[in-house]
Design a protein around this ligand. Sequence first.
Ligand code: CTP
Length: 397
Amino acid sequence: MLSLVEASGEIARDLGVKLHVVGGAVRDLLLGRPTLDLDLVVEGNAVEVVRRLAAGLDARLVVHSRFGTAKLYSEGWVLDVVTARREEYPRPGALPVVQPGNLTDDLFRRDFTINALAFKVEPGPLGELVDPHGGLKDLEARLIRVLHPGSFVDDATRILRAVRYEQRLEFCLEERTAELMRRDVAMLDTISADRLRRELELILREPYPEKVLWRLEDVGALSRLLTWGLDEGLEARFGLARQVGPSPTLYLCLLAYLQEPTWLERFIARLRFPAKTAQAMRDTLEVKKKLPLLARAERTSGIYRLLGGHSPTAILANALVGGSSQVQEKLRLYLDKLRYVKVSLKGSDLMEMGLAPGPRLGGLLDRLLAAKLDGEAPTRDDEAGLVREWLAELETS
Ligand code: CTP
């Protein structure tokens, strides 16, 4: 990381532009926390700096010329370089109007004092802190503080971000900031579904998302995101997810687990989830409804019939928290093995054996899969033998 910063500094010097490290990396470095994302601000052409930097590196370069920003992605780190800018919000919740600016403008457009810190790179001295808003003092006092009273009105996603940082870093909301948050909580309704959903996803990528969610309920913001309240079992469910490797979708399924479908549909509509994520949440409730039938399923093919086609994440959510241990074993069996089982024969093989294309052929393939799942046709020859038997039965019936 340091060598990247130094290399960027040399390029900036050659180009005669000022360059600073800003935002989360400065905050995390001062806190002694690891950071893999580096944000740089250039008072000048950021894209040119990144292009030159990328030339000597094995990294993927993505340029947004219109915004004067560029990103480099490599194994284990991301470098985000922006042209210093000034932002004005034409109306609450709208995306800001952007103009070129200097470092002071660029720090002033930021969300919290602890994120409005910069390290000098070019001109040096390398690493000298730029702290126009008292961010260092707030880091030491462990406080989240907005830069001005209109901050949450400009961009109410900052309400969600404030709570996310508060819980992640174990900081507190500064008193006035907490007051402003309560005052402006309704401004979350000015935020588009897509932005709200992205913020929720960031929450669900935190080490303990449930802490953030409870705290949002506390400050009166959760109801702007979720269409229901939290339940006492949430920690336990999320804790189980962490044992298997959580993902935002798995957390969403576990969040939805106790809900009625109508509330879930409102949530899906409000945040406009992509089809696959929405389906995972719906399937969680569908699979849950089938757990009593699953308890009675004796044959492997019966388990498959009940679960086949449902989202694996929804099944995993149920395997973590639903039903008896026997039912959970069946869900696991499906996830680990059954869903991968395929018959060796294809439709074309069955046609060669004399079957015409159509529903009967499809039906026989399903029957074959069931037989294979139940261990009645382990090899391709066994499958062919079974099909011949069934064809003979069909002819005589
Ligand atoms: N930022 C902001 N307002 C927002 C989003 C971002 O002011 N609504 C600024 C903050 O200064 C933040 C920086 O942009 O530090 C980078 O944003 P992001 O990558 O989301 O945050 P990080 O601080 O890097 O934090 P994280 O550790 O969560 O990645």
